[in-house]
Design a protein around this ligand. Structure first.
Ligand code: MSS
Length: 363
C-alpha cells in the first residue's frame, strides 16, 4: 500500500482526516466527511490547482491587491480596498471541479481520479461584478464574454498561453458573478484564491479564477489552452477544440453521503447532497434497490438559494441484506440526473445516478 500523502505547505491548515490527498495540487473531501450541513467547512473543502500556487505573501496586505478591469467604457486598475467601497453581497454556491466523478469512467479518463469530493457548498462575500462594471461605464460595445486571468507567476521559457489559468464565460454570467474576498465569513485563504477570486455561481470550478488579476470583457473567448482546447466535452479519443462544449454551467447532481458501507437492521436514515447548478432544485428521490423503485427524500435545513446545495434525508426500513442505494435529483426546469454516463475523453460533467450510488450491507 502507498504511504498516505501529507498536506502540502500551502494547505497545511486543512483537516487532513477529512481529505484524500491525490497530489500537492489536488485534494478531495472524503465522502464520509461531507456531512449533512449546508455549508462545507473551509478546512474540509477540496483544493485543485493547475499550477503551483503563488507565494502566500500575496495575502499579507489584501486591500492592496490590484485587479485590472478591461473591455469596459473606462478601463481601470482597482485595488481590493477600492472594491470594498463599491458594494457588497453574499452568495452561497457549490464549487465543483469539472472532473468530479472522473474516477467512475471505465475508459480511464486521464487527470485526477476524483470520486464525489471535488465539490463543496460555501459562502462567498464580495462585490457584484455588475456593480464594478457599471461604475466603469458598462461593458464596451460588442463584448460577449467575461475573461478572467489568474495571478500565478508563470515560469520563463514556456509559452504563457499553454499554461496560464485564463477562462472566459458568457456575458450572461454578469448577472450573478462576483469578485469575492471572503470565504465562509473569513478573509479568502490563499489556498482558495485569496486575496481576490472571480466567483461564477453555478459554473464549474475552473471558471472561478483564483488570485484574479485581470477581468476583461472580450469579443471572443481567450485562446489560452485551458479555454481553447482544455475543459471541453469531447468523444473518447478526440483532441480538444474550441467548437466543443465548454465546461460552463453545472448540471443537476446528487449523491448519498451516509450510510456508505454498513447499515443496521430496521430504520436507516439515508443522507446526501443535491444541487441544480444555475437552477434551483425541485426534488430528490432515493432508491435502495438500485433504481427499480424511488421515494422522495426530504430536504434538510435552510435553502441558501439556487446556487447552494440542499442536504437531504430519507428514512428506509431495511432487512438484513445488500442494498444499492442511489439518489436522483431533478431541477426546477424538470431536468433529472440520467442513469448513465455521458462518455467523454476527460471524464467531465458526470452526473449519472447509477455510478454515484453506494453498496451497503445491513446485518
Ligand atoms: N484559478 C487559478 N488561478 N489557478 C487554478 O489552477 N484551478 C481551477 C479554479 N480556479 C485554478 C483556478 C479549478 S480547475 C478548480 S476545480 C477550482 O479553482 C478549485 O478551487 P479550490 O478553491 O477548491 O482549490 Mo476543476 O474544474
Amino acid at each position: 500500500a502507498e504511504e498516505p500523502k501529507s498536506l502540502p505547505d500551502y494547505a497545511a491548515w486543512k483537516e487532513r482526516s477529512a481529505l484524500i490527498v491525490h497530489s500537492a495540487n489536488t485534494m478531495e473531501t472524503q465522502r464520509g466527511a461531507i456531512g449533512a450541513g449546508v455549508v462545507t467547512p473551509s478546512d474540509r473543502l477540496f483544493v485543485r490547482n493547475n499550477l503551483p500556487a503563488p507565494d502566500v505573501g500575496i495575502t499579507a496586505n489584501p486591500d492592496a491587491w490590484e485587479v485590472r478591469i478591461d473591455g469596459v467604457k473606462n478601463p481601470k486598475t482597482l485595488t481590493l480596498g477600492d472594491l470594498k467601497q463599491m458594494g457588497v453581497t453574499t452568495v452561497a454556491s457549490v464549487l465543483q471541479c469539472s472532473g468530479n466523478g472522473r474516477a467512475f469512467f471505465p475508459h480511464g479518463a486521464s487527470g485526477t481520479q476524483w470520486s464525489v469530493g471535488a465539490a463543496g457548498c460555501v459562502i462567498w462575500t464580495g462585490v457584484p461584478l455588475k456593480t464594478v462594471v457599471e461604475a466603469l461605464g458598462g461593458p464596451a460595445a460588442g463584448m460577449k464574454y467575461i475573461t478572467s486571468t489568474g495571478g500565478e507567476d508563470l515560469p520563463a521559457g514556456v509559452d504563457p498561453k499553454s499554461i496560464m489559468v485564463e477562462r472566459s464565460v458568457p456575458l450572461a454570467a454578469l448577472d450573478s458573478a462576483l469578485l469575492a474576498w471572503e470565504l465562509n465569513d473569513e478573509p479568502l485563504p490563499h489556498t482558495h484564491g485569496g486575496p481576490l477570486r472571480m466567483v461564477v455561481p453555478g459554473y464549474y470550478g475552473v471558471n472561478n479564477v483564483k488570485y484574479v488579476k485581470n477581468v476583461a470583457f472580450t469579443e471572443a473567448q481567450t485562446d489560452a489552452k485551458i479555454q481553447a482546447s482544455g475543459y471541453r466535452i469531447r468523444e473518447v479519443g478526440k483532441k480538444g477544440s474550441p467548437d466543443q462544449p465548454s465546461m460552463w454551467e453545472m448540471n443537476v447532481k446528487s449523491w448519498v453521503t451516509a450510510p456508505l458501507e454498513t447499515g443496521r437492521k430496521g430504520r436507516n436514515m439515508i443522507y446526501g447532497v443535491a444541487f441544480g447548478g444555475t437552477k434551483a432544485l425541485d426534488k430528490v428521490e432515493v432508491s435502495t434497490d438500485g433504481g427499480k423503485s424511488w421515494s422522495q427524500a426530504q430536504f434538510l435545513g435552510p435553502d441558501l438559494g439556487p446556487y447552494a446545495w440542499r442536504p437531504f434525508v430519507m428514512a428506509a426500513d431495511l432487512a438484513p441484506g445488500e442494498y444499492r442505494i442511489v439518489s436522483r435529483a431533478t431541477d426546477s426546469e424538470g431536468n433529472a440526473q440520467p442513469e448513465g454516463r455521458m462518455e467523454n475523453e476527460r471524464g467531465y460533467g458526470h452526473n449519472g445516478w447509477s455510478d454515484h450510488g453506494v453498496t451497503v450491507t445491513v446485518s
